[in-house]
Design a protein around this ligand. Structure first.
Ligand SMILES: NC(=O)c1ccc[n+]([C@@H]2O[C@H](COP(=O)([O-])OP(=O)(O)OC[C@H]3O[C@@H](n4cnc5c(N)ncnc54)[C@H](O)[C@@H]3O)[C@@H](O)[C@H]2O)c1
Ligand SMILES: [Fe+2]
Length: 384
């Protein structure tokens, strides 16, 4: 029996209005000059206005500072610039607020603030990650769960590929899940980010390693998403649905400490080569990948079907999967996600590069069933 580590460590404050706890939480962490890391879209939202109000709008540039240059699918330069802002303003902590992109950039910037000039492409050579500035992570999308994760997904200059920088020291000291911050997220982003969270739950539950704690969390996360995502999509002001989505997204990311699968290997190159939103890329690849996995491991999705409230207990393995996958197809269609890659600018001439990068991506190595290079090509062709 091999040894496995189970880890559920992040303190999380949950509830509408939880943001008001931020100043006291920062004081408790010894942070008196935080840098807020976010993106140019978010600074124009009501969510950012609420943050500014909680930190004291007139103190911006005096006791708290803002770096808002993070790109969607963040690049190395975003991390370097955020680290420079940390140093220039003599900040003693990071408040990362936004979707996965600013959260990931804010997490990684702390390493470069401590080690200016460090080559992020060599992150695995860095043995000492201690002493990073404290991080408070505040998601405004319910998708990536980056707020509770130990990794940061950055497109590296050297490879133009998404790299998953991983170290437990990267964890936030505190997570604030405040559904009031997500009510302004438009329906198409609510759907796409929610599909990312759902993909985390499904891929982590079905990947083969032994982790019953994560399996339980993944299934309950999926159950919450099946119930709450259509509600949040239809009515962005539904605070209960928004709240359940935030918790479920965090659960998805806790669950994928177990592992992920082929859908994420297909999705990563769609972002780095074609600029596609990560959740959207997952959503468009999910059903085809489930069909492939089910053909190799019939019955794989029975418990996912149960989490969706489907009557699949008495069915044969193949039939339980068929019913569950058909449900998934209509569930995604109800969120406007029954689309093809070609509708988002992906062209047949991208295919070779997509397949090559997906093959190099490590996620498919932990897929529910082994996949080949030819499988990756066939999956892309099916959803093109
Ligand atoms: N670290 C991890 O564990 C992990 C896991 C999955 C994905 N990711 C990464 O996260 C990134 C994707 O994150 P994302 O899907 O959250 O998208 P994102 O952070 O790129 O945000 C997408 C858009 O939504 C806008 N937005 C965010 N919150 C809003 C709000 N409340 N109201 C209005 N607009 C809002 C942003 O301004 C941005 O334009 C990708 O780079 C992906 O690779 C990381
Ligand atoms: Fe993801």
């Amino acid at each position: 029996m091999s040894l496995t580590a189970f880890s559920f460590p992040t303190r999380t404050l949950y509830g509408a209005g939880a943001l008001a706890e931020l100043p006291a939480a920062l004081a408790k962490l010894g942070v008196s000059r935080p840098l807020v890391v976010t993106d140019g879209g978010l600074v124009k939202t009501e969510a950012f206005a609420q943050l500014a109000s909680v930190l004291g709008a007139s103190n911006q540039g005096k006791t708290w500072f803002v770096f808002d240059g993070v790109h969607p699918n963040p690049i190395e330069e975003d991390v370097r610039q955020a680290a420079a802002a940390l140093r220039e303003n003599q900040c003693d902590g990071v408040v990362a607020i936004g979707g996965g992109s600013p959260l990931d950039a804010g997490k990684a910037a702390r390493l470069l603030a401590r080690r200016p000039g460090f080559d992020l492409a060599k992150f695995y050579d860095e043995s000492d990650w201690s002493g990073l500035l404290p991080l408070v992570a505040i998601p405004t999308t319910a998708g990536t769960g980056s707020e509770v994760g130990r990794s940061s997904v950055i497109t590296l200059d050297a490879t133009h590929r998404k790299a998953v920088l991983f170290n437990p020291e990267m964890l936030a000291k505190l997570v604030i899940l405040d559904p009031a911050l997500t009510v302004g997220l438009p329906p198409h982003l609510t759907a796409a980010t929610g599909a990312d969270a759902l993909t985390h739950c499904i891929e982590s539950f079905t990947c083969p390693s032994f982790h019953p704690m994560c399996d339980g969390i993944a299934l309950e996360g999926a159950r919450l998403i099946f119930d709450a995502l259509p509600k949040a999509y239809r009515d962005g002001q539904d605070l209960t649905a928004r709240g359940h989505m935030l918790v479920a997204a965090a659960m998805g990311a806790v669950a994928f400490q177990k592992d992920l699968g082929v859908v994420h290997s297909l999705a990563h190159p769609l972002s780095s080569i074609c600029g596609m939103h990560h959740g959207l890329a997952n959503a468009l690849c999910l059903v085809a990948s489930m069909r492939l996995c089910s053909a190799r491991r019939p019955g794989l999705y029975r418990r996912v079907g149960q989490a969706a409230g489907l009557e699949v207990i008495q069915l044969s393995d193949a039939e339980a999967d068929r019913v569950t996958i058909a449900f998934m197809e209509s569930f995604l269609a109800g969120l406007g996600l029954n689309r093809k890659l070609s509708q988002f600018g992906v062209k047949p001439e991208h295919l070779d590069a997509l397949v090559a990068q997906a093959w190099e991506d490590p996620c498919h190595q932990t897929n529910a069933a082994p996949v080949t290079l030819a499988d990756l090509r066939a999956l892309y062709l099916e959803v093109l």
